[in-house]
Ligand binder design. Structure first.
Ligand code: NAD
Length: 288
């Protein structure tokens, strides 16, 4: 398959490198120029002869601008596979524009982070037609370990932001429970042993414990170096609240999680820290 790959940043560069082992990949980025990859001098040039053009970009506005540039250059029937995390509305708008241009579109945001991108173990959640999903499935198999077809255009982004809204809320709940436990004189290890096998368990506690030295290895054991940075969690929580507003869904926990991460990243020292650094944040505070 001929693949154009646009957006060769922290995630895109290793994903493109994995594809280039068995496919003909031409990349483009306005800034990054990773070694070992064939590069074009514009997004349109990277997209021109490709069967599939993958985008891995920072946000929906940039995705829309890049789509406007590449769609006219793409060959009829080619697939625009967007793996960025963007708002549902942008994903659906890009799919509609692609359709009108005689192209196909799949939105397939990922979870698994830079480690998953490097090791080819990402999880993809995809929106688009069954036919387009089947065509790009072999690429998901190279870049990841699992791909779920979630329905029509935009549903991949919908799945991603619903998942991350739960993740943000459960991480905050877990962190504040550890701090309450501390103040009640409950040992953190005892708290972990009980809750990780009781009804309060979650991925945030069991697989990514925010308390250093407790449970599995996690960013807490590495001075809260990300991992998954607090500002990326804030981005996803903002997207979930944009979607909730547009869909008229009542999501007060998601809103509270968004506000706390905004406070942490914008007004405190959360920028550049893992999102589980909410634990030392709460530990350093009092109720009033
Ligand atoms: P990044 O900032 O490292 O990479 C984005 C790249 O896009 C940059 O290299 C930038 O130069 C390039 N770019 C910007 N505008 C462009 C344009 N007009 N044309 C071509 N290239 C352009 O970000 P990342 O960490 O690689 O994340 C990419 C996407 O993946 C984001 O949507 C992010 O939310 C999502 N994501 C990231 C992670 C993670 O752990 N980093 C995890 C899951 C999802």
């Amino acid at each position: 398959m001929k693949i154009g790959f646009i957006g060769l940043g922290n995630m895109g560069a290793p994903m493109a490198a994995n594809l280039a082992k068995s496919h003909d990949v031409v990349g483009f980025d306005t800034a990054a120029a990773p070694a070992g990859l064939t590069l074009a001098d514009s997004a349109a040039a990277a997209a021109k002869d490709a069967d599939v053009v993958i985008t891995m970009l920072p946000n929906g506005a940039i995705l829309r601008a890049v789509a406007a540039e590449i769609h006219p250059a793409m060959k009829a029937g080619a697939i625009h596979l967007d793996c960025s995390t963007v708002d549902v509305e942008s994903a659906r708008a890009v799919a509609a524009v692609a359709d009108a241009a005689g192209l196909q579109a799949v939105d397939a945001p990922v979870s698994g982070g830079i480690g998953g991108a490097t090791n080819g173990t990402l999880t993809f959640m995809a929106g688009g037609t069954a036919e387009a999903f089947a065509t790009v499935q072999p690429l998901f198999d190279i870049m990841g370990q699992k791909a779920v077809h979630c329905g029509d255009a935009g549903n991949g982004q919908a799945a991603k932001i619903c998942n991350n809204m739960i993740l943000g809320a459960t991480m905050i709940a877990t962190c504040e429970a550890f701090v309450l436990a501390d103040k009640l004189g409950l040992d953190r290890q005892a708290m972990f042993d009980v809750v990780s096998t009781s009804s309060g368990y979650s991925w945030s506690l069991n697989a990514y414990c925010p308390a250093p030295g407790i449970g599995p290895q996690s960013p807490a054991d590495n001075g809260y170096q990300p991992g998954f940075a607090a500002e990326l969690m804030l981005k996803d929580l903002n997207l979930s609240q944009m979607a909730a507003k547009a869909a008229d869904a009542d999501t007060p926990m998601g809103q509270a999680a968004r506000d706390l991460y905004a406070q942490f990243v914008e007004n405190e020292d959360g920028r550049g820290k893992d999102f589980s650094a909410m634990l030392p944040r709460f530990a350093g505070r009092t109720r009033h």
